[in-house]
Design a binder for this molecule. Sequence first.
Ligand code: BG6
Length: 469
Amino acid sequence: MEQPHVIVLFGATGDLARRKLLPGLLRLFEAGLLEDARIVGTSLEDVDTEHFVAFAREACEEFGKGDVTDERWAPFGSTLSYVSQSAGPSALAAAVKEAEDSLDVDAAEISRLHYLSVPPKAALDVLRQLDEAGLVERSRIIMEKPFGTDLASAQKLNHRVHEVFDESQVFRIDHFLGKEAAQNILAFRFANGLFEPIWNRNFIDHVQIDVPETLGLEGREKFYESTGAYRDMVVTHLMQVLAFMAMEPPTSLAPGPISDEKLKVFRSMRPIEPHNVVRGQYAGYRGKPDVSDESDTDTFVALKVEIDNWRWAGVPFFLRTGKKLAEGARVISIAFKEPPLAMFPAGSNAGMQGPDHLTFDLADQSRMSLSFYGKRPGPGMKLEKLSMQFATHDTASSSGVLEAYERLIHDAMRGDHTLFTTAAGIETLWDLSRPLLADPPPVRSYAPGSWGPNAIHQLIAPHAWRLPF
Ligand code: BG6
């Protein structure tokens, strides 16, 4: 039996709410995980409940699964209400009270979940409003990434959060950690005896974490002008996934031990120096509304990360992500070292450069593959690259499997911090980013549909970027 909840969604008419949160809440509702719940939407827009309900339905039709018929929509739609943030804290408090009263249970039994789907700067305002509205008790808050835009702003935000909420009430979300495939990294590493012994500098040559996207900013230019790809994707998603790849085995899978081990990875990382980073911006970005003609915002970033600990010293991690690239993928690729002696005849593996790889695909239909050399059938000794592929669940369609946001909202409702990030981890990452943020290399233009600026090849040389699937 799920606990009764009032969910207050800040940024309720924004892009994330439309694409992910509202369709996700509908799915949780239909899965019976939001049984006794009311959802209060709020944002800076002055609209009424009727307008918001229509907006939410359109969002679920466009980005959710299956047809949203009247019969299907009615039970969920009736849980929604809206109050404009500009109406002030007392109006917000009244809207939450009304939602609670309609639940028909003792108010003391109702938990509140405030989802702050707002940019870092606006989060301070929301915290003040929640405080003034008296919406701190019986409450948890989910805070969206990026958490701050640099070390000072993250510290200020954490400080302010702790003036209002206890850390046990705070859930800093990074939806990549809610992806089935990201958690599968932990299962793969720590539930098997086969791979962990070779998971280190003696056997691994380098690692790539590659998240190219075909989508452009498409209306999110204003948000990007104050963030950019490094803050939006690298210091958040890519680093969190890197920590799962690189961490030592935790003493248990409880939230504390996992966060401790991730933090040790961040603390072992070298500061991110500008010469290890290539920043890019797709041609045409500067012409968009909300973008200055001289904008230096990165819509692409590639970098080399080095971890100075016993497991990883000398093993570079190459990270790449960007908008409007040639293909969309979310791939982690581990390149193993070449054997110590080349005993096969010269030319036997002609045209098949590169070492053997283990690859994780973090897409919704997640996959793993292992590629290695074998003998090509026929006369003589010629080699060929072979591959073993493992498809895990089709998370997008298997019923009962929650998508990342759905899982994490449900975890926060239950008070489970395991897949959330911590203040210390985030501040360490901002601290490491200081050299880059103080002196970022200028953005290089790249053509939409390409793989980003050419300089990325020098960054990774003598290796090469690879997308194996
Ligand atoms: C979001 C970023 O957090 O993640 C977006 O703000 C990005 O810019 C998105 O497109 C990618 O998420 P996913 O789940 O589609 O890989």
